[in-house]
Write a protein that binds this ligand. Sequence first.
Ligand SMILES: [Zn+2]
Length: 356
Amino acid sequence: MPFDRQLQQVVAESIRELERDGFARHGSFMRDLLAIAGSHRSVGNLLDALEADRDVDAARVAVADALDGGTTGSIPAIEPLLRDRVADAKWLPPAVQIDLSLVVDRAIRTPWRNAHGDLMRLVFGDQLSGTVAATKMMPRVQSSPDPPARLSRRDFEGVVQREIAALRESWSVLPEFAVSTDDAPDGFGEYWPTELSADATDRLVMHYNPDSARADTLRATLAHEVAGHAAFYTAVRNLGAPWFDHGAFALVEGWATWAEWHLAPIAAPGPETFGLIGLLDAECDEVSRRVPQLARARGYSDRAALYSLMLFSEHPGLQLSYVLGGLWLTRELGAPKAESLEFLRGRPLGDFVFSM
Ligand SMILES: [Zn+2]
């Protein structure tokens, strides 16, 4: 979004249409959100946008634009990860790859600014402090110091099948979806509803890597992807919303995180999760130190810890949307049930539901 001016214009025009259709307050929220998100020109956002499209001509324009207009600063500790990602983008013409390296050089030398506070104060409004305070309502689970053994790929796929069958028994509203496993080195799983893909059915992709292949993590991932995302999209299809901002991160990921916490007890948030909330307005040094520390405390590898720092610093609001969305829903609705989303019936759907 920050590197695609055309897309920003399309979104701005959609917002004007909403306002003309009588959604003035929602429109004003969306306008503020666009101003913050659209101006966050981080290298991480640029790399994600390039990877999503893999369009050489569009990449040339976006990278030149980033070289010209600059980017927001990046935390120096994540430099190796950014360099790896540039080196991995072998589909780019060499000249564009070199320019991209220059963009990274400059971002690392530019001071990083924490934008989480701006975003989360917009999304949660005067509910922010109450939402943060809801951490007291959560049971505290201390993660075990010894990470469980890694599942073989065959066992991993077996658990996936069995857990999905069990979730189908206890969770009445689940759509049919295709399931596959890949070897993506980072991340846990992805749920693609047909609304966000060109596929005929919803699709669940599970990532098999050292961090995702632990039995406890795998169960939490499945609760998140299936009871979280699959059930959410099924419910939303029946809620009669006049419109839905599919980029509503705190709503979509908050719901999935809430499902994960309550359905996979091992995933219930511990001090590590809540540690992130304490970084809402933290400076670069504290964030560089604390985010990897919190990830390692959950038993993740050094690579996953660095990846976590990249997510936190390059994509403001992303991880905190999961946690704060989950907390807000816990405080408002208790434990998730199939009918929990009824409170949204007939309403437009977006991250404004938390504050409006
Ligand atoms: Zn998710």
